[in-house]
Design a protein around this ligand. Structure first.
Ligand code: AMP
Ligand code: GLY
Length: 422
C-alpha cells in the first residue's frame, strides 16, 4: 500500500515510523514531514492546510490510505474532500470533527447523553459572560469554543482574570472566530489521563492509557503547551476506572453520535480528569495525541495498518491489539521560550549517540535538515521515548538519552513520570 501521513510533528513521525514497519506498507509519504520522517519516508513539500494540493497529490500518486495527524485539516473537512474523490483517508468527517472543533457542540452532546463532565454555561454575548462572572466562585475555567492551537483554555483564579480573558477572547478576538462563543465551566480537581479509541462508526477498541504533561515547567507550573512529555500506561488508571469510563463515557458518546446522525470513523481521544467521583471529560479530541502517540506506538506490538483499515471498514470489533507490557516514557525537548517566542535554526548534536541506547526511539518534531546538519525548526523539537520494565526504568533510560542531545537553549521538563515507582 502507498500511505500518506499528513503533518510535521512528533506524532506524525511516530505514525510514519510505526506504519513503515507494516509488511503491507510499500511506500510512505509525509506532507510536509520533518528531518526525522525524511529518514523513513518521502517528504512532500505540501502544507497540512493546503487541502486541495493534498488531494491532488494523493490522486496523482495513487495513495491507498491517507492518515491525517493534526486537528485543523480534519475540522476543515479534509476527509470529506478525499472521500468525494474516492480516496481513503483515516480521520473523522468535518461534521464528526466538531466533537473537538466546537467545545459547545461537545458540551451539548455530553449533556444530552448525561456524560460526566464539568458543569458549564455557554455564551455568545460578552456582556452576559461578564455579568455571569459576578456570581461565580473561583477558580473557573474559560474556553474558546473553537480551535486555538491548544491555547484557548484559561484557568481564571479570580474575577479580574476572568473578565480580562472574556474581553480578550470575545471582544478583542485573540483567537479570531474561535472565541466568538465561549464556555465557562467549573474547575475540577484531580489527575489527568488520556485514552485513545479507534472508533469505526458503531464500535471501538481502546488503546492503552497514557498521561500527558501539559504545563511548560516542572511541578506543573507555567503556561499550557501542546505537551511536554508522556508516559504509558498512565499511573492513575486501572481496570475499575476503565469499566466506569466505558459505561459512562464511551457507550453514551457512541449513542450520542448515532442520535446526531454522525458516523465517527477515526481516532477519538477523550482527555479525562480523575476526580474523587470518577472520570470526567475535559475535552474530546478527534485525532491521535501529541506526545501521547510517541509513548503509545512503541508499546504497540500489533501492526497499525490493518487496525486503521478495520476502523475505516467498520470492522474494528474483529481486531485485537497486542501491547508490550513494558512502560514507555517520552520526554519532549523544546526550544527555549516555547510556548512563547523562541528562536529556530540551532544545530542539534548527539542524536546518534542517544539513538544507540537500547529501547530508545527518537521522534522528530520541529526539525529541519540543511546539508548534513539537523537544526531546530519549531517549538517542540524532539520527543525521546524509552521503554523499560517499570516506569522508573523507562524514565531513567529516557533521561539518559536526553542527556546526550544538545542544542542551544534546549528546554525540557525534569519531572516527566516522576514519582512513578512501578
Ligand atoms: P482542554 O483543551 O479542554 O483539555 O484544556 C486544556 C487543559 O486545561 C486540560 O488539560 C486541563 O489541564 C485544564 N482544564 C480544562 N478544563 C478544566 C476543568 N474543567 N477543570 C480543571 N482543569 C481544566
Ligand atoms: N497531548 C495533547 C493533545 O494532543 O492535544
Amino acid at each position: 500500500m502507498k500511505i500518506l501521513v499528513i503533518g510535521s510533528g512528533g506524532r506524525e513521525h511516530a505514525l510514519a515510523w510505526k506504519l513503515a514497519q507494516s509488511p503491507h506498507a510499500e511506500r510512505i509519504f509525509c506532507a510536509p514531514g520533518n528531518a526525522g520522517t525524511a529518514e523513513i519516508a518521502e517528504n512532500v513539500a505540501i502544507s497540512s492546510s493546503d487541502l486541495e494540493a493534498l488531494v491532488r497529490f494523493a490522486k496523482g500518486n495513487r495513495v491507498d490510505l491517507t492518515v491525517v495527524g493534526p486537528d485543523d485539516p480534519l475540522a476543515a473537512g479534509i476527509v470529506d474532500l478525499f472521500t468525494a474523490e474516492k480516496l481513503r483517508a483515516f480521520g473523522p468527517s468535518k461534521s464528526a470533527a466538531r466533537i473537538e472543533a466546537s467545545k459547545i457542540f461537545a458540551k451539548e452532546l455530553m449533556s444530552a447523553q448525561k456524560i460526566p463532565t464539568a458543569e458549564a454555561r455557554t455564551f455568545s454575548d460578552s456582556r452576559e459572560a461578564l455579568g455571569y462572572c459576578k456570581r461565580l466562585k473561583f477558580p473557573v475555567v474559560i474556553k474558546a469554543d473553537g480551535l486555538a492551537l491548544g491555547k484557548g483554555v484559561t484557568i481564571a483564579p479570580d474575577a479580574a482574570t476572568a473578565r480580562s480573558t472574556i474581553n480578550e477572547m470575545m471582544n478583542q478576538r485573540r483567537f479570531g472566530e474561535a472565541g466568538r462563543r465561549i464556555v465557562i465551566e467549573e474547575f475540577l480537581r484531580g489527575t489527568e489521563c488520556s485514552l485513545h479509541a479507534l472508533v469505526d462508526g458503531s464500535n471501538y477498541r481502546l488503546l492503552e492509557s497514557a498521561r500527558d504533561h501539559k504545563r511548560a515547567f516542572d511541578g506543573d507550573q507555567g503556561p499550557n503547551t501542546g505537551g511536554m512529555g508522556a508516559c504509558s500506561p498512565a499511573n492513575n488508571w486501572n481496570s475499575k476506572l476503565q469499566l466506569q469510563f466505558e459505561a459512562e463515557i464511551m457507550q453514551p458518546l457512541l449513542r450520542g453520535f448515532l442520535h446526531e446522525g454522525i458516523n465517527f470513523r477515526g481516532l477519538l481521544y477523550p482527555g479525562l480528569i480523575i476526580t474523587n467521583d470518577g472520570p470526567r471529560v475535559l475535552e474530546f479530541n478527534c485525532r491521535f495525541g501529541d506526545p501521547e502517540t510517541q509513548a503509545l506506538l512503541p508499546r504497540m506490538k500489533s501492526d497499525l495498518l490493518p487496525l486503521l483499515d478495520a476502523t475505516l471498514n467498520g470492522h474494528i470489533q474483529d481486531s485485537t491489539i497486542e501491547w508490550d507490557q513494558r512502560a514507555a516514557v517520552t520526554i519532549v525537548l523544546a526550544s527555549g521560550g516555547y510556548p512563547g517566542k523562541y528562536q529556530i535554526g540551532k544545530n542539534i548534536s548527539g542524536l546518534h549517540e542517544a539513538a544507540k541506547l537500547e529501547s530508545v526511539q527518537i521522534f522528530h518534531a520541529g526539525t529541519n535538515r540543511a546539508n548534513s546538519e539537523i537544526t531546530t525548526a519549531g517549538g517542540r523539537v524532539l520527543a525521546v521515548t524509552a521503554l523499560g520494565s517499570t516506569r522508573k526504568a523507562a524514565r531513567a533510560r529516557a533521561y539518559e538519552a536526553v542527556s546526550r542531545i544538545h542544542f542551544e537553549n534546549c528546554h525540557y521538563r525534569r519531572d516527566i513520570a516522576l514519582g512513578a515507582t512501578n
